[in-house]
Design a protein around this ligand. Structure first.
Ligand code: ADP
Ligand code: MG
Length: 239
């Protein structure tokens, strides 16, 4: 679904060149969760921006369903992100005082859907993240874990093929973080969505189907988890 081939992105700051992403190749399949580890500054966010077509690579290719997203025009890039991508960020970016259901429906309304239709479309996703009973609660009346769930419902509301989550558990305590990671994995496996989750949290490895570690813009490994710990559906194509 998503394929990065020898992707390079260097930033020039003054006289210094920062090799933010330095020759990364990886593939992300539907129904799989990929966890991306790496210390601060290792290029994780840049990698997600490249995957989203929000920054063009200096060289290499970023392909989504076989199409290059590296050189999309501004307009096609926006269209691609609207139809195919969902973002989950560390800061939840929810609108204050707005009911959870409307926050979940926000992207759809921004794309021109009526509030009523958007709420209807977002409702099953809010239910999917376990917040059916909280649908009229604004963010201020929700816990941090619940806020992140609303943000996940919002990311899913347009039925994206790919969810890019940049440190979605960075503001959560350990057990809330685990819940969110388990939920992302479950959604990925259950709905056939590809999920890429950037995290510092090594517990995420326990939920992910693939684990990659970035250091100084380079991938250290691309090892899938052991077959025995992968979901049953994936075991058959390992051996
Ligand atoms: N817009 C930018 N201009 C210049 N340097 C940048 C820019 N964005 C990121 N960098 C640098 O690129 C490297 C990778 O950054 P980033 O992708 O944000 O890493 P991470 O998300 O792993 O912390 C860092 O050294 C960072 O300072
Ligand atoms: Mg980052």
């Amino acid at each position: 679904m998503l394929e990065l081939r020898e992707v390079v992105k260097h930033y020039q700051t003054g006289n210094e060149v920062v090799p933010a992403v330095d020759g990364v190749s990886l593939t992300v399949e539907p129904g799989e969760m990929t966890a991306l580890f790496g210390p601060s500054g290792s290029g994780k966010t840049t990698l997600l921006l490249l995957a989203a077509g929000m920054t063009p690579p200096d060289s290499g290719a970023v392909l989504f369903k076989g199409r290059s997203v590296g050189e999309l025009s501004a307009r096609d890039g926006t269209r691609f992100r609207r139809s195919e991508l969902g973002f989950v960020l560390q800061q939840f970016h929810l609108v204050p005082c707005m009911p959870a259901i409307d926050n979940a429906a926000l992207k759809l309304v921004a794309e021109g859907m009526s509030r009523r239709a958007a709420r209807k479309r977002a409702a099953p996703w809010l239910e999917r993240v376990g917040l059916a009973e909280r649908r009229e609660h604004p963010p201020e009346k929700l816990s941090t874990g619940e806020r992140q769930r609303v943000a996940i419902a919002r990311a899913l509301a347009n039925n994206p093929g790919l969810i890019l989550a940049d440190e979605p558990t960075g503001n959560l305590d350990t057990s809330r973080a685990q819940e969110i990671l388990a939920m992302l994995a479950d959604i990925s496996h259950g709905e056939g969505v590809a999920v890429v989750v950037v995290t510092h949290d090594h517990e995420a490895a326990g939920f992910a189907d693939r684990v990659h570690t970035l250091r100084d813009g380079k991938l250290l490994d691309g090892t899938p988890r052991a077959a025995s710990t992968r979901p049953v559906s994936a075991i058959s194509d390992v051996g």
